[in-house]
Design a protein around this ligand. Structure first.
Ligand code: DON
Length: 354
């Protein structure tokens, strides 16, 4: 299939189209099932997994402890802008670590594939998202942009000479992914800013290793803000659909990032989006995903759409339990797993293959 925007690839950002292979526009994707099928499968998954009561709501950021553990919403947005939602899909919650995927995309768009890889890395740490040991074991390298240390370095690389300019770049970029202005949850921001000693320590440690080119405290503050942006599962599905749609928001039709940035972002989401559980996730779900401690998960079926869930009960790695189950089930029933294939039908007897 040839992507719709293949004609303007190198005009968008000439710096990005250094690899001639990035200019072909060929992709490897299909379509979501028919509308009625998607709606029915969403209803079934919601009813099935709403009964799961395992896991606990995050409380290390005090204001997150107030979340209602019974909330559960699922949303799917196709690359044609068609959306399907069930349950608490419009409930607003802070985006938390899911922001890391979109910050990565925006910064990658600005500074390029190779620079972000050299600055942060693209390999899983095998350790929790806030691990200090991971930094120490790797000579101060964050290893990937989906853990807190990597997300902090990505902020230092964001365009802007001041903290205000960097924050504006990120808030406006994330809002373009969602298709409307994303606002700060001031309670969550203040609660996290008052308690984020560990992130401040990570930033200081990165500085000591020479991997933090901007002020560590200002960087941590911008990171805390980006984690406190309010989204719903419906917003996340649109944001995921933008990554699935080669960087074009399917509702506003605005190009947010280059198609090759989507490819790079999905690669790091696949390897590290669910931290040390990313292998289990890929094995069960077969899609790039990103979770956050407030209970959201976004996942992307390239060329088909975005899917997101909200349910605040988490497993010990900080990933929503109902969300993981629902997405696993829907990935299979909607035919989204990128590793699943069916054999090509055998040619009819007597016909020739080209
Ligand atoms: O830095 C933190 O700890 C939070 N603002 C975000 C962590 C998070 O969402 C991890 N996700 N599962």
């Amino acid at each position: 299939m040839v992507s719709r925007d293949s004609g303007d690839l190198d005009l968008l950002n000439p710096a990005r189209a250094t690899d001639p292979a990035d200019r072909t526009g060929f992709t490897s994707t299909g379509h979501l099932p028919a509308r009625g099928t998607v709606s029915g499968l969403l209803r079934d998954a919601h009813a099935t997994y709403a009964t799961l009561d395992d896991g606990t709501v995050a409380d290390y950021i005090p204001s997150l402890a107030a979340a209602d553990p019974s909330r559960f919403g699922i949303s799917v947005c196709g690359v044609d802008g068609t959306s399907f939602s069930i349950g608490d899909a419009q409930e607003a919650f802070s985006i938390q670590s899911i922001s890391k995927a979109f910050t990565f995309a925006l910064v990658c768009e600005a500074i390029g594939h190779t620079t972000v890889r050299e600055a942060v890395g693209v390999n899983n740490t095998g350790l929790p998202f806030d691990s200090v040991m991971a930094l120490e074991l790797n000579g101060g390298s964050p290893r990937n942009p989906m853990v807190n240390a990597g997300a902090l370095v990505m902020i230092t690389l964001a365009p802007g000479d001041s903290a205000a300019a960097k924050w504006q770049f990120l808030q406006e970029g994330m809002s373009r992914f969602a298709g409307h202005r994303l606002l700060l949850d001031v309670d969550v921001y203040e609660s996290e800013a008052a308690t984020n000693h560990r992130n401040r320590a990570l930033a200081a440690l990165l500085r000591s290793y020479g991997h933090m080119s901007y002020d560590p405290l200002l960087t941590t503050d911008i990171y805390t803000r980006q984690c406190s942006l309010l989204v719903s599962a419906m917003d996340l599905a649109v944001m995921g659909a933008t990554l699935a749609d080669g960087g074009v928001n399917p509702l506003t039709h605005e190009r947010v990032v280059h198609p090759s940035v989507c490819r790079d972002t999905l690669a790091v989401m696949a390897t590290s989006g669910l931290y040390q559980r990313s292998g289990d996730w890929l094995y069960e779900v077969g899609l790039p995903g990103k979770s956050g401690v407030s209970g959201g998960i976004v996942t992307v079926a390239p060329g088909k759409g975005g899917m997101a869930t909200y349910s605040p009960r988490l497993d010990p790695a900080g990933n929503s339990i109902r969300g993981q189950h629902a997405i696993r089930s829907l990935s299979r029933s909607l035919g989204l797993n990128v590793f699943a294939s069916a054999p090509e039908p055998a040619p009819a007897p007597g016909t020739q293959t080209p």
